[in-house]
Design a protein around this ligand. Structure first.
Ligand code: G3H
Length: 253
């Protein structure tokens, strides 16, 4: 639009695409750290982007968080062109119920008049439990759906903010701090070089599965998340679409 040209947002998007080495960046005006309505704009921009990608029937994997909750709020039945099925990308990672992927999935299904599945898995599982619950038929069916998702939509968090918000054990918190983690996405914590320094042991999508998901939208804004966004995108597939705000974008350029 004319507005976007006048404010230089289009130019900023292109610059950021080159800087981050990904194919597409979408920037909304403002900084969600300071203005709550900017998170709503991130939600709307993500809903529009999803609509442009969704042709026919789709399985959509999503993660949790407050940004994803804004995305859920912004969805309407008009985004679908066929049947949609929402699945949580991963099992519980210590979030409060309202921020959990299962909750976001059910909100998204409600708002789009479509279906969703629940992943009944405990937060943080032991190696043994991991093996046994993965073979439970109700769980393995959802895991199969997750791995066949054609769209993944997820948030990115600032590492310590996320670790403190979640049920993180003292020893894991120390580990995350000592490793100088700056970013987090679906339970993986990254340092500034984009290396995984900690992962929450739960079932669901693994980082190595991302390369087989045809469409990925990462949505995260606010100047406080700039380091997290940069770190995560070092490892993310170049096909990832980043939806962010001016606050984060200015710090990333
Ligand atoms: O994994 C990333 C976090 O879920 C982001 O949470 O959107 O509340 O900042 P947030």
């Amino acid at each position: 639009s004319v507005m976007r040209e006048v404010t230089g947002i289009n130019e900023m998007e292109q610059l950021l695409q080159r800087k981050l080495g990904i194919n597409r960046v979408i920037i909304v005006a403002g900084d969600s750290d300071h203005s709550p309505w900017v998170k709503k704009e991130l939600g709307l921009a993500t809903a529009n982007c999803m609509k442009s990608l969704l042709k026919g029937n789709n399985i959509i994997a999503v993660n949790g968080g407050t940004t994803m909750s804004s995305v859920a709020e912004a969805l309407t039945p008009s985004i679908a062109d066929g049947e949609l099925l929402f699945v949580p990308a991963r099992g519980g990672i210590g979030e409060d119920v309202k921020n959990q992927a299962n909750t976001i999935c059910s909100m998204m299904a409600d708002h789009t008049a479509s279906k969703h599945r629940v992943l009944y898995a405990p937060d943080e599982v032991s190696e043994e439990m991991y093996k046994s619950i993965s073979t439970d038929p109700r769980i393995s069916e959802v895991l199969k759906l997750i791995r066949s998702a054609n769209l993944l939509v997820h948030g990115i968090g600032e590492a310590l903010t996320m670790a403190n918000r979640r049920n993180t054990s003292k020893s894991d918190l120390e580990k995350i701090k000592n490793a100088e983690a700056v970013g987090e996405a679906f339970g993986y914590y990254f340092n500034e070089d984009g290396e995984v320094v900690h992962k929450v042991q739960t079932i669901g999508l693994r980082l190595e599965d991302l390369s087989t998901v045809p469409n990925i939208i990462a949505v995260a804004g606010g100047a406080s998340k700039s380091k997290a966004i940069r770190a995560y995108l070092k490892e993310a597939p170049t096909s990832t679409i980043l939806i962010t705000d001016e606050g984060a974008a200015k710090k990333l350029i």
